[in-house]
Design a protein. Structure first.
Length: 270
C-alpha cells in the first residue's frame, strides 16, 4: 500500500517538477496535500490550482516532505528563501544534479533528513528511472514516502553509497540522450545506404521504440537473449553485430562514455 506524506511542498515546477506533480496526483496523492513553489508557473501548472493545489502559498509551514526540483545553479539564490520551510522534522528530497547531501544541509541548516535522487527525463511520461541515497537521519517512514513519491514517476532504486550517484548519472541520468544519439546514428546510416531522409528517420525511430517496448514486455528475458533472437548465425544482422561488438566497438565506446560522464559528474559535485 502506498504511503503518502500528509503535507508536501514542491519547489520548482518546471518540466521535471511538473512531471512529478502530475505523477503524484495520478498515483493517488490528495491535491490538498500538495503546494507548489514556482515563480513562473506554466499554464499547465496553473491549471493544477483548479484541482485544489496551492501555488506559491505565502509563508508555508514546514511540511512532511520538501522536494527540490529547481535548477542546480539556482540553489544558492533559492536556499535562503526556503530554509525556513525545511524544518527539523522535514524530509528534504533533492533531484538537483551535482548537489551533495552535505551541500544541501549547509544551505538548509535546519534540515536533518535528506534524500538525494537522480531521476531521468522519461519521468515526464511516467517511465523514468530514479535511484536515490538517504542520509543517516532518514527514518523508515520517510523512506516509504520517498519510495511512493519517486516510484510514481517510474522505477525506483535505493543506493547504499552517495558516491554511486555519479555512476547513476552516467548511466540512467544521461542514458536517454545516448539512446537518442543511437537513433540519430541509425538514421544517418540508413541515409548512407541510399534511403530518403524521412524514411531513414522513421525506420530508425520506429525500430528503437519497438525494441524498447519489446524489452519492457519481455522483462524476464535478458537483452543478450533478445539480441540473439534477431541475429541468425551468418546472417546480415550478425555481420553488423560483428562490427558493433568488435574491438573498439559499441561496448568499449559505452564504457568510455560512461566513465567520462561519471568523472564529469564528480567534478561538478559540491
Amino acid at each position: 500500500m502506498k504511503e503518502w506524506p500528509a503535507r508536501l511542498v514542491l519547489v520548482g515546477a518546471g518540466k521535471m517538477g511538473g512531471a512529478m506533480a502530475t505523477g503524484w496526483l495520478e498515483g493517488g496523492l490528495e491535491a490538498s496535500s500538495l503546494a507548489l513553489v514556482e515563480p513562473n508557473p506554466s499554464p499547465q501548472i496553473e491549471a493544477l490550482a483548479a484541482r485544489g493545489i496551492a501555488i506559491n502559498p505565502a509563508d508555508p509551514a514546514p511540511p512532511d516532505v520538501l522536494v527540490l526540483a529547481i535548477k542546480p545553479q539556482n540553489l544558492d539564490e533559492v536556499a535562503p528563501e526556503i530554509a525556513a520551510v525545511a524544518g527539523e522534522r522535514t524530509l528534504v528530497v533533492s533531484i538537483l544534479a551535482g548537489k551533495t547531501i552535505a551541500n544541501l544541509k549547509a544551505r538548509l541548516p535546519r534540515a536533518r533528513a535528506v534524500v538525494r535522487a537522480m531521476p531521468n527525463t522519461p519521468a515526464a511520461i511516467g517511465r523514468g528511472v530514479t535511484a536515490a541515497v538517504a542520509s543517516a537521519e532518514v527514518t523508515a517512514e520517510q523512506r516509504r514516502w520517498c519510495e511512493t513519491l519517486l516510484g510514481a514517476i517510474g522505477a525506483f532504486y535505493w543506493l547504499e553509497d552517495e558516491a554511486a550517484i555519479d555512476a547513476v548519472t552516467a548511466i540512467s541520468g544521461g542514458g536517454p540522450a545516448y539512446v537518442f544519439a543511437l537513433t540519430e546514428a541509425l538514421a544517418a546510416a540508413a541515409e548512407s545506404l541510399g534511403l530518403p531522409p524521412e524514411l531513414a528517420l522513421n525506420l530508425a525511430r520506429g525500430t528503437v521504440e519497438g525494441a524498447g517496448e519489446l524489452m519492457r514486455r519481455e522483462r524476464g528475458t535478458s537483452p543478450a537473449v533478445l539480441r540473439r533472437a534477431v541475429a541468425s548465425p551468418g546472417g546480415a544482422t550478425a555481420a553488423a553485430l560483428a562490427v558493433l561488438q568488435g574491438e573498439g566497438g559499441l561496448g568499449d565506446l559505452m564504457v568510455r562514455a560512461a566513465a567520462a560522464a561519471r568523472a564529469r559528474a564528480a567534478e561538478m559535485a559540491g
